[in-house]
Design a protein around this ligand. Structure first.
Ligand code: SF4
Ligand code: SF4
Ligand code: FES
Length: 350
């Protein structure tokens, strides 16, 4: 029997401060069964989280309700689920604001992962992506300079956000690229990849970046930023993917389609302050392959979606764009080299 004395203590302290929470919970008994929604109402302390409410349902109303949990303090990453369509950690989500707003929340399993039962998803596809990015340090044979390999605070800061990941899968749940391409490595694995690419002790940077630049890798991210929005630990996976892209460019890995696509954006903005859409397809996939896209281009033109390629397409104050460009370039030297030289980055001190 699980020790629930912590809840009893809570309940004692807040006996006079209880609230009634109603939850709509997506139920699914497993393969072949039809999913349906059940509504539960529980009395819980005003401090209760979504996980406390689910525990209360399971203990007092319906022992068949399935969900994962362990640490209860946003550390183990096991209680990821959707609330009102967006992934959350159940143990980090306080219910009082919803009760105060008179809102009944709907709880369902995370997205982009197969559902096993109720709120429990199969994490196997998640782990296979994590394994695919080689989630461990490879010093390339280099030995630690002393007994241990010391990392300065500035060097550690390069990957401090990515190191916060608890592998909960909330970002994966909301990734729109994974929805259309289940083979896309996805935000969690790519954030984990930057954890090692950005580590000053790792000696496998180029090979890692080469792998990550291929099909289903960094360039398949649509930059929707939902992963940043849903991550409960502030890892900001989309930012990590942007850093991987920048590192790939610095390593000269710019020949694949995704990198060429990004290059057209960058060069076009540099030249005229705008994206020249008409150049995007031929310069990304090459002029020969672009010919196959002519019927689609004509469809777009008929719908008024193709700008006149002959019209001047320059921002009014292009000099300002160029000034910003220079500023960005001066602020983005190779991060690892900078950290190794002892220079501060992003306002940190060594
Ligand atoms: S920003 Fe990229 S990785 Fe993040 S959720 Fe969107 S498509 Fe997925
Ligand atoms: S990046 Fe954030 S949301 Fe994604 S698995 Fe790690 S902690 Fe969870
Ligand atoms: S129970 Fe461990 S993160 Fe929620």
């Amino acid at each position: 029997m699980e020790d629930r004395s912590h809840l009893t203590t809570l309940k004692g302290a807040y006996d006079h401060k209880m609230m009634e929470v109603t939850l709509r919970v997506r139920r699914y008994a497993g393969e072949g069964a039809r999913a349906h929604t059940e509504t539960y109402t529980v009395d819980v302390p005003v401090t209760a989280t979504l996980l406390d409410c689910l525990d209360e349902i399971k203990d007092k109303q319906d022992g068949t309700l399935a969900f994962r949990k362990s640490c209860r303090m946003a550390v183990c990453g096991s209680c990821g689920m959707r609330m009102d369509g967006g992934a959350v950690l159940a143990c980090k989500t306080a219910m009082k604001p919803f009760v105060d707003a008179g809102h009944t929340v709907t709880v369902s399993p995370m997205g982009n992962l197969p559902v096993i039962k109720d709120l429990v998803v199969d994490m196997a596809p998640f782990w296979s992506k994590i394994r695919a990015i080689k989630p461990y340090l490879d010093t390339g044979g280099a030995k630690a300079p002393e007994k241990e390999w010391r990392v300065t605070p500035v060097q550690g800061h390069l990957v401090s956000k990515e190191a916060l990941c608890i592998l909960c899968g909330c970002c994966v749940s909301e990734c729109i690229s994974m929805e259309s391409d289940p083979d896309f490595l996805g935000p969690a694995a790519l954030a984990k990849a930057y954890r090692f690419v950005g580590d000053v002790r790792d000696g496998d940077t180029r090979a890692r970046l080469k792998d990550l630049s291929g099909a289903h890798g960094i360039w398949d991210c649509t930059r929707c930023y939902f992963c940043n929005q849903r991550c409960p630990k502030g890892v900001d996976p989309r930012d990590a993917i942007a850093k991987l892209g920048a590192e790939a460019f610095r390593e000269g890995l710019t020949r694949d389609e995704g990198a060429r696509h990004a290059k057209v954006f960058v060069n076009s903005a540099h030249k005229g302050g705008f994206l020249r859409e008409t150049e995007l397809v031929p310069k990304t996939i090459g002029p020969v392959a672009a010919i196959t896209q002519i019927p689609f281009a004509l469809q777009l033109a008929r719908a008024g979606k193709v700008p006149n390629p002959l019209a001047p397409h320059k921002a009014k104050d292009n000099a300002e764009v160029k000034r910003l460009w220079k500023l960005l370039e001066s602020q983005a030297p190779k991060q690892k080299e900078r950290a190794n030289s002892g220079a501060p980055i992003d306002g940190t001190e060594s």
